[in-house]
Design a protein around this ligand. Structure first.
Ligand code: S3P
Length: 438
C-alpha cells in the first residue's frame, strides 16, 4: 500500500495573504441541519475534506439531494424532520468522530434502523459517552465491547426529553443530545462542566429553533421544525492554528489569514499563543451569519513557555498538537494539565506528541492528562503521525524551524480537515513537499 509523507526543510518564511479551508465543525452541522430542515439550504465555504464528505454522503444515502456545484458549495434540498429514508447499508464515516457522534443523536429519533461504522481509528474511539445519554432518552442502540462502534441504532423508539449532566466538556456529546432532543417529547437540557464549542446552538437558532443557553445549560423543545437558509462557513481556526504557529516561529514572517472563525468557544488558541508572547492581531471583525469572523495577522515573535491554564483547554482542544510544537520551540518550560481528552482523539495525542517531540531531541514528558516540555531547537528526523491529521501538520511546523529536514509519515488523513495543506504552505513560503512512497 502506498504511504503519503510530508518532507519539510527548514527555512523560508510565511508571508502574504492566506485563506484556510472552511470550518470542519460548522460544515458538518450545515449538512445535518440543512438535510432535516424544510426548503433549500446553500452552504458556502464548505470544507471539502474527507470528514465532511462522509457526513454529506451519509445524508445522500438517506435520500437527501445534495448538489456540489463547486468544491466548497453545497445545495441541499431539505427533507424536513421526518423525511430521511433508511440507508441501504451501514454508513461508513471514515475517520470522523464528529459525524458519528452527532449522527447517533439524529438517528436515534428516526423511524428506521441504521448502523454506523468507520476506519480503524474511529472504531477504537469511545462511543459510550453518546450511547449512554441516548439510552437514557429511550433510544435503542447496540455497540461493540467497551462502547466502541459499530453502533446499531434501532428506529421507532419514542424519545423522552432528559436533563443530562455531561461529565466532560464535549461539544460532540452536547450536540448529539440536542439533536436527539429535536425528536423527543418535552424539553431536553444539557449541562456542561465548562464551555465547549457552541456551533450547534448557533446554527439551530439560525434555522429557527428556539435554543436557550444560560451559563452552562442549553435547552430546546422537541417536535418543532427547522427552516433552511444560507450558511456561510468561516475559515477553520483549527487549520489556521498551524499557520499562526509556523509564522510565529519562522523568522521574518508576516502573514494575514483572512476570514477565520473566532467564536469565543474556539478561540483558546489565540489566548494561549498571546500568553506565550505571540504577535497576533485581529482585523475587520464581522459576522458570517451567527458566527464571528476576523482576519488574523501574525508576525514572528520569540515565544516563551507557560503554564497553560486548564480552563483554556476545552477552548483549544484540537490545537494542542500545534501548541505543543510551539512550546517545543519556545524559551523555557511549558506545562499542560487537564487535557486527558487528548488521549481519545484521532490518536492518543499525548503519547504520540511526546514520542514525536523526543524524536526531534526535545525533552517532553507525557503525564496522564498533559505534558511537560523544555523548549529548545528541534533536530531533524522521522516522525510517525499515527494517521492523525493534526499530528502530521503540527510536526510540519516543527520541521520549518528544525536543524535539518523532518519527514512525517502516514499523512493521508491531512485531507480529512485540510485539503491542500502542503501546497498552501508552499505558496506562502514554506519549504515542504508531499510525497507518495510505495
Ligand atoms: C468537535 C468537538 C470536539 C473536537 C472535534 C470537533 C465538534 O470534540 O475535538 O474535533 O465539531 O463538535 P469533543 O466534543 O470530543 O471535545
Amino acid at each position: 500500500m502506498s504511504e503519503q509523507r510530508i518532507v519539510v526543510s527548514p527555512g523560508g518564511r510565511l508571508a502574504g495573504r492566506m485563506r484556510v479551508p472552511g470550518d470542519k465543525s460548522i460544515s458538518h452541522r450545515a449538512v445535518m441541519l440543512g438535510a432535516i430542515a424544510e426548503g433549500h439550504t446553500r452552504v458556502q465555504g464548505f470544507l471539502d475534506g474527507a470528514d465532511c464528505l462522509a457526513t454529506r454522503d451519509a445524508f445522500r444515502a438517506m435520500g437527501v439531494t445534495i448538489k456540489q456545484p463547486e468544491a466548497t458549495t453545497l445545495e441541499i434540498e431539505g427533507v424536513g424532520m421526518q423525511g430521511l429514508q433508511a440507508p441501504p447499508a451501514a454508513i461508513d464515516l471514515g475517520n470522523s468522530g464528529t459525524s458519528m457522534r452527532l449522527l447517533a443523536g439524529l438517528l436515534a429519533g428516526q423511524s428506521f434502523d441504521s448502523e454506523l461504522v468507520g476506519d480503524a481509528s474511529l472504531m477504537r474511539r469511545p462511543m459510550l459517552r453518546v450511547v449512554e445519554p441516548l439510552r437514557g432518552m429511550g433510544a435503542r442502540i447496540d455497540c461493540a465491547q467497551e462502547g466502541r462502534a459499530p453502533l446499531r441504532i434501532y428506529g421507532g423508539a419514542r424519545l423522552q426529553a432528559v436533563t443530562y449532566e455531561m461529565p466532560v466538556a464535549s461539544a460532540q456529546v452536547k450536540s448529539c443530545v440536542l439533536l436527539a432532543g429535536l425528536y423527543a417529547d418535552g424539553e431536553t437540557t444539557v449541562t456542561e462542566p465548562g464551555p465547549s464549542r457552541d456551533h450547534t446552538e448557533r446554527m439551530l437558532r439560525a434555522f429557527g429553533c428556539a435554543v436557550h443557553s444560560e451559563s452552562n445549560r442549553v435547552s430546546l423543545r422537541g417536535g418543532g421544525r427547522l427552516l433552511g437558509g444560507e450558511v456561510n462557513v468561516p475559515g477553520d481556526l483549527s487549520s489556521a492554528a498551524f499557520a499562526l504557529i509556523g509564522a510565529s516561529l519562522l523568522p521574518g514572517s508576516d502573514l494575514l489569514i483572512e476570514g477565520v472563525g473566532v467564536n469565543p468557544t474556539r478561540a483558546g488558541i489565540l489566548e494561549i499563543l498571546r500568553r506565550m508572547g505571540a504577535d497576533i492581531s485581529e482585523h475587520r471583525r464581522r459576522d458570517y451569519g451567527d458566527e464571528p469572523v476576523a482576519d488574523l495577522q501574525v508576525r514572528t515573535a520569540q515565544l516563551r513557555g507557560i503554564d497553560i491554564p486548564p480552563e483554556l483547554v476545552p477552548l483549544a482542544i484540537d490545537e494542542f498538537p500545534a501548541i505543543l510544537v510551539a512550546a517545543a520551540c519556545a524559551e523555557g518550560q511549558t506545562r499542560l494539565r487537564g487535557a486527558a481528552e487528548l488521549r481519545v482523539k484521532e490518536s492518543d495525542r499525548i503519547a504520540v506528541m511526546a514520542e514525536g517531540l523526543r524524536r526531534l531531541g526535545i525533552a517532553a514528558e507525557a503525564t496522564e492528562d498533559g505534558m511537560l516540555i523544555e523548549g529548545g531547537r528541534p533536530q531533524g528526523g522521522e516522525i510517525d503521525s499515527h494517521g492523525d491529521h493534526r499530528i502530521a501538520m503540527a510536526f510540519a511546523m516543527a520541521g520549518m524551524v528544525a536543524q535539518s529536514p523532518v519527514t512525517i509519515h502516514d499523512c493521508a488523513n491531512v485531507a480529512t480537515s485540510f485539503p491542500g495543506f502542503v501546497s498552501l504552505m508552499q505558496d506562502h513560503g514554506a519549504r515542504m513537499e508531499g510525497m507518495v512512497a510505495a
